[in-house]
Each structure stands twice: as structure tokens, then as C-alpha cells.
Design a protein around this ligand. Structure first.
Ligand code: CTP
Length: 409
């Protein structure tokens, strides 16, 4: 049997990037030979094994045939006769379809190295269409390597367009899609992921609520970029520039969905878009089974981002309601994530990327003030049950009024 390093490990070494996990392909071997060498099978009828010591994945060279719709619809053919070239041709991109032996000799039948040099994301063969998840993968690689100047090849974009139009994307499971989406959002340029999905028509299928923002104007005074879709891309870009966690990036992507529902006669204003957007945010959250913390933050940011921007003008009572809605006493981190999401929203506007955002520290201060109202003195005065809650609220309000007077001249 011959063993080759394949896929991302070869690509990233040639790009001079750190290699994290290594995939191997085994040519000329049978399942029985692998088991005899101590490899552990990954699944009952899938020709992939884990190395007994390193735990790395070793796959028998295989060809794949699509036998139906969706991810289940695959049949595999693995046998000692399958060649390295046959295994490589079923892979997604030429830059992912190179193999290397233990002497670092490259096998590159589909010119992955040339495409690496020319910064092109190009599909290997029509077999690309056998897995619709690849539409998301290409968009993710475009986001990851945007900084190096990589672009999707026109013929690959065309194939992605056909796949998006064919209804195949609907067959993807929430889990597989979310894995790609969440990884893509954590890249340095997640806005490129959304842009590429939009360019090939996949955004309309996967997140029509986000797609609908493009072409919807906002008032130029607050939004020099005017377009709501472009604004969303900029907010997402800011969240990555500021190294925000996934929760914040997800909330940034979804914060303005309500603007897509505004009747054209009302443009460029978007009255109550915060509230109108909630059902759309919920729908996207559930479609991809986003983790609970992502879902929660997206809904809260959707509902309250305008409050964040108007923080310095809010009455003390409204400020208190805002803090209560976030359960800022038990969930301080979530409120902090809300604050930074608002800041990204304020900066994700053309020409305003460097603006200061005094609302952030003002809100942090307000949260500290509300949190530092002590319960003990109220207990000592004999308050309990609902009365204690009311008394605590009154004290917090008093403290917030004093805070507002001292902080806002
Ligand atoms: N692959 C593919 N189609 C997919 C998934 C994977 O063709 N839907 C192939 C590609 O050759 C890829 C290899 O399997 O390089 C390994 O896949 P994976 O580990 O998911 O990705 P990597 O390319 O290693 O990239 P990453 O750095 O994102 O993990």
C-alpha cells in the first residue's frame, strides 16, 4: 500500500500556513489489511480509519457516485484498484486535490499548485456537484484566503449558481450548514463569505432574509453607504476586525433583518424594524439550529440595538428596563456582547469606521451602577418576596438617575 498526505495539509504547507490536522489517503489496500495493522474504522460502511497512535484520518482511495438527493445519497466505491488520480478527481477544489508522499513529492494532476499561485478557487471536475455543501465551502475558502487575493473562478461560480438554483441546497442538514457558516463567520473576512453566497444565488436560498436587505435604502445621514445589505456586510467586517466571538458576529449579521420588510413607500425610513425583524431572526436561528447563546444574542441585539445607540438619551427608567431585559445581574457577559455588537453596527457605515462610541462605556457604567445596588440593607429593612423585587428596582432606578445626571452633562 502507498500512503499520501492529502487535502488541506498539502494546500496549507504550500501556502506557508500552519497545518493543524492531516488527512491521509491509502492506495492499494483493503479494509482487512487496515484492520490487521491496528487502524480503527470510523464507521461501519465508510472506508475511513483512525491511526492507532496519532488518531489522524486515513481513508482508502475511493470514487463516489451520487445515488440520490442530499448527503445520504452517496455510494462509495473503495478498492485496492482505485488510483490516487481517481481519488483526487472527486474532491472539491484543485487546491484541495493535491497529494504528497513521505518525500514531499507532489502529485498534482489537476493543477492545484498553479491555481494556488494564481490565487484561484477552481473546482476539479463536474463531480463537484455531488455535494452541495461545497457551495458553502468555496465561499468559506474565499473568506479565509481573501487577504491573499484568492477569487472564485468564473466557471466554478457558474456551477455554484446552477447548484443553488437546482434546489440541492435545501437538502443540506442544519448541522452541516451551521458548521460551515460558523467556521466562515470566524474567518478574518466573513463578509466575503456572505458576498460569494450572494453572487451565486445561494444566499437567497439559505438566508433569504439577509439577501432581501440588498437594494433596500436607509437614510443617508446615518448611513452614507445607503444600502442595508452593504451595511450588514460592513458590520460583519467590523466584528471580525475587532476579533469578536461567534455570538457577536452572528448577531451582527442578523441585526437589521426587519429592514427587509419595510414597504417601499416608507423607504428610506424603517420604523419599528427592530421589532419586525424578530420573527425573521428566529426563523434563521432555527433553520440552522444555531447554538443557544448565538440565538439569544441575535434576538436581543435585533430588538435593542437602537436603544444602544440612543443610550445617552434614554430615561433612567428605560435604561433600567434594558438592563433587566438582559438580566445583566446574572449574565454580565451577554450585555457586554450586546454593547460591542452595537458598536460594530455604529462603525459598519461608510466613512464612519473610526468613529468613537461613547455609548459603550456609558452602558457599561450603567450596568455596574445597577449591579452594585446591595440587597442586604433591603433585607434588613424587612423586605421579602415581590416587595423585595420592587424595592430593589426603586433603588436601582434612583442610582441610575444619579448616574445619568453625573455622566451626561
Ligand atoms: N473534501 C471535499 N468535499 C467536501 C469535504 C472535503 O472534496 N465536501 C476534500 C477536500 O479535498 C479537502 C479534504 O477532503 O481538502 C479534507 O476536508 P476537510 O478536512 O473538511 O477540509 P480541509 O481542506 O482540510 O480544510 P480546513 O482547513 O478548512 O479543515
Amino acid at each position: 500500500m502507498q500512503i499520501y498526505k492529502v487535502g488541506g495539509a498539502v494546500r496549507d504547507r504550500l501556502l506557508g500556513k500552519a497545518v493543524t490536522d492531516i488527512d491521509w489517503v491509502v492506495v492499494g489496500a483493503t479494509t482487512e489489511e487496515m484492520l490487521a495493522k491496528g487502524f480503527r474504522p470510523v464507521g461501519a460502511d465508510f472506508p475511513v480509519f483512525l491511526h492507532p497512535k496519532s488518531g489522524e484520518e486515513y481513508a482508502l482511495a475511493r470514487t463516489e457516485r451520487k445515488s440520490g438527493r442530499g448527503y445520504g445519497g452517496f455510494t462509495f466505491h473503495a478498492s485496492p484498484e482505485v488510483t490516487l488520480e481517481e481519488d483526487l478527481i472527486r474532491r472539491d477544489l484543485t487546491i484541495n486535490a493535491m497529494a504528497e508522499d513521505d518525500q514531499q513529492n507532489l502529485t498534482d494532476p489537476y493543477h492545484g499548485q498553479r491555481d494556488l499561485e494564481e490565487r484561484i478557487l477552481r473546482h476539479v471536475s463536474p463531480a463537484f456537484a455531488e455535494d452541495p455543501l461545497r457551495v458553502l465551502r468555496v465561499a468559506r475558502f474565499a473568506a479565509r484566503y481573501a487577504e491573499l487575493g484568492f477569487k472564485v473562478a468564473p466557471e466554478t461560480l457558474e456551477l455554484m449558481r446552477q447548484l443553488s438554483a437546482s434546489g440541492e441546497l435545501q437538502a443540506l442538514t442544519a448541522e452541516r450548514s451551521w458548521k460551515e457558516i460558523s467556521r466562515a463567520l470566524m474567518e478574518d473576512q466573513p463578509q466575503v463569505f456572505i458576498q460569494v453566497l450572494r453572487d451565486c444565488g445561494a444566499l437567497k436560498v439559505l438566508m433569504p432574509e439577509v439577501d432581501a436587505l440588498f437594494g433596500v435604502p436607509q437614510p443617508e445621514a446615518h448611513h452614507p453607504e445607503i444600502d442595508s445589505g452593504l451595511h450588514t456586510l460592513s458590520v460583519l467586517e467590523q466584528s471580525a476586525l475587532h476579533k469578536q466571538p461567534l455570538t457577536v458576529r452572528w448577531a451582527c449579521l442578523l441585526h437589521d433583518l426587519g429592514k427587509g420588510l419595510t414597504p417601499e413607500e416608507e423607504w428610506p425610513r424603517h420604523i419599528a424594524h427592530e421589532h419586525k425583524g424578530l420573527k425573521l431572526i428566529k426563523a434563521v436561528n432555527e433553520r440552522f439550529k444555531a447554538p443557544k447563546d448565538c440565538q439569544e444574542l441575535a434576538l436581543l441585539v435585533g430588538q435593542y440595538h437602537t436603544h444602544g445607540h440612543r443610550a445617552l438619551e434614554l430615561k433612567a427608567s428605560t435604561l433600567l428596563e434594558l438592563l433587566q431585559s438582559f438580566d445583566v445581574y446574572r449574565r454580565p457577559q451577554r450585555f457586554e456582547e450586546f454593547i460591542v455588537a452595537c458598536e460594530m453596527d455604529a462603525r459598519g457605515r461608510k466613512g464612519l469606521e473610526q468613529r468613537s462610541y461613547p455609548q459603550a462605556d456609558y452602558l457599561r457604567g450603567a450596568a455596574n451602577v445597577a449591579r452594585s445596588v446591595a440587597v442586604q440593607p433591603l433585607l434588613e429593612k424587612g423586605f421579602k418576596g415581590p416587595e423585595l423585587g420592587e424595592a430593589l428596582k426603586r433603588e436601582r432606578l434612583k442610582a441610575l438617575k444619579a448616574y445619568k445626571e453625573s455622566a451626561v452633562p
